[in-house]
Design a protein around this ligand. Structure first.
Ligand SMILES: *Cc1c(COP(=O)(O)O)cnc(C)c1O
Length: 415
């Protein structure tokens, strides 16, 4: 089909560039396991497969809790609500740390002040494919005797400057294979640890916590088949575009981005069939991410020409992944102006998490009210632009122009 003739209304661009699924991934051929393929991709000795990223974090925290009487887990104040839910699930205390100004990292001084001899773990978080500052977390953790868990849920494939995968600097790292995060088994997670003794503990914990649940596995398998069926522009219009536009019309931003998580965490084992589907998808991930990189280089330079906005990038020689561009607008008003034009469109513009953790009403019993000005500012001023290969150059230019207009309008309409 020629792009010029396509009907906008039926060409929904996903907010993140997911690895396109292939029907033949669903065929039950035996081959290397998901754990083996993931270990090869990440360049690590061993990978533990879990039923979700959240479950991986629950396993990690449970294993650490068994080694220590400490109770506090420090996380960035702007992160996935599931992280807070996992900490609470383990009976631990969440300590949200404010961010640096205009960045995804925890503020080093605030982090240092939060760390004490009750700190069990610090969770630096690689948001949106960007590589977070793990060194500061490691230094703080070493000072007080805590562990570092790298949350790499949104950045499978990202590498540090020495080419090691993210997730390998901390004591433990985890990735998400949830729908919408890139490579997916509909729900799934990967857990890694450098030290063999810790890996052994994690494996034992995983086996105790997560049992095989046939009903859940059948449900997830059906969902994964459904995902293969709808992952095309028309399917996404129905399965993602319409519900999102409905949520936006009724003013429900949390539902529009899918931030409305349940407080109970399903803990079970991934079945062999889904494991195989994930393993077969892994083979294509490297090449797919290279294509995204190429597109991202060109489009970053266009976005970089808009002086008033910040497009989050990587530090020297670090190589993140590019599922979407995370963009900070000059003001909340400019961000909202851009979203009012773009969010309900089919162009793949969205937001990451709607709030800083204390601002989700449904987390009120888990997260205490704290000022956290930088995290709140980040939530108020950021938006995301998809780096899906389905977003054509003209459509991308439409987005760039809308961002320019939104920045200009705040100065009384001067362009
Ligand atoms: C999605 C996500 C998680 C949880 O992963 P699931 O596989 O969805 O359970 C954890 N942390 C971050 C930053 C995430 O984006």
């Amino acid at each position: 089909m020629k792009g010029t003739m396509r009907l906008e209304a039926f060409h929904e661009v996903p907010p993140t560039a997911g690895l396109p699924p292939r029907w033949r991934d669903l065929l039950p051929w035996r081959g290397p396991s998901l754990a083996a393929r993931a270990a090869e991709f990440l360049g690590v000795e061993e990978v533990q497969v879990t039923c979700s990223g959240t479950a991986a974090l629950v396993v990690a925290l449970t294993a650490l809790k068994r080694r220590s009487a400490r109770t506090d887990v420090i996380v960035p104040a702007y992160t996935c609500p599931l992280v807070a839910i996992a900490v609470a699930h383990c009976g631990l205390t969440l300590r949200p740390c404010d961010l640096v100004v205009n960045g995804i990292d925890m503020d080093p001084a605030t982090l240092a002040a939060l760390c004490d001899d009750n700190t069990l773990a610090i969770v630096p978080t690689h948001l949106g494919g960007r590589v977070a500052d793990v060194d500061t977390a490691l230094a703080c953790a070493h000072r007080v005797g805590a562990w570092v868990i790298e949350d790499a849920a949104q950045a499978l494939g990202a590498r540090f400057a020495d080419d090691a995968s993210i997730g390998t600097k901390g004591n433990i790292g985890f990735f998400s294979l949830a729908v919408g995060k890139g490579l997916t088994t509909y729900e799934g997670g990967l857990l890694i640890a450098g030290e063999a003794g810790l890996r052994e503990d994690l494996r034992r914990c995983g086996e105790e916590i997560a049992r095989y649940d046939a009903a859940l596995e059948i449900a997830r398998s059906a969902q994964l088949i459904g995902y293969h069926a709808i992952y095309r522009p028309l399917g996404l219009t129905l399965a993602y575009g319409l519900p999102r536009r409905n949520a936006l019309r009724s003013g429900d931003a949390i539902a529009a981005v899918g931030d409305d998580f349940s407080l109970s965490i399903p803990l079970h084992r991934m079945g062999d069939w889904r494991d195989g589907v994930g393993a077969r998808a892994f083979v294509r991930l490297h090449d797919f991410q290279e294509k995204l990189d190429k597109q991202a280089v060109r489009r970053r330079s266009r976005l970089g020409s808009i002086a008033a906005i910040t497009v989050f990038q990587d530090r020297d020689r670090v190589r993140g992944t590019w599922p979407f561009f995370l963009i900070c607008m000059p003001t909340r008003a400019a961000r909202d102006a851009a979203l009012s034009e773009l969010w309900a469109s089919h162009l793949g513009v969205s937001r990451l998490f709607i709030h800083a953790l204390p601002d989700y009403a449904y987390l009120r019993d888990i997260v205490s009210a704290l000022p956290l000005p930088n995290a709140r500012e980040f939530a108020a001023r950021t938006l995301t632009v998809s780096n899906s290969l389905w977003l054509g150059d003209e459509e991308f230019e439409q987005i760039a122009c809308a961002l320019e207009r939104a920045c200009a309008n705040r100065n009384g309409g001067a362009v």
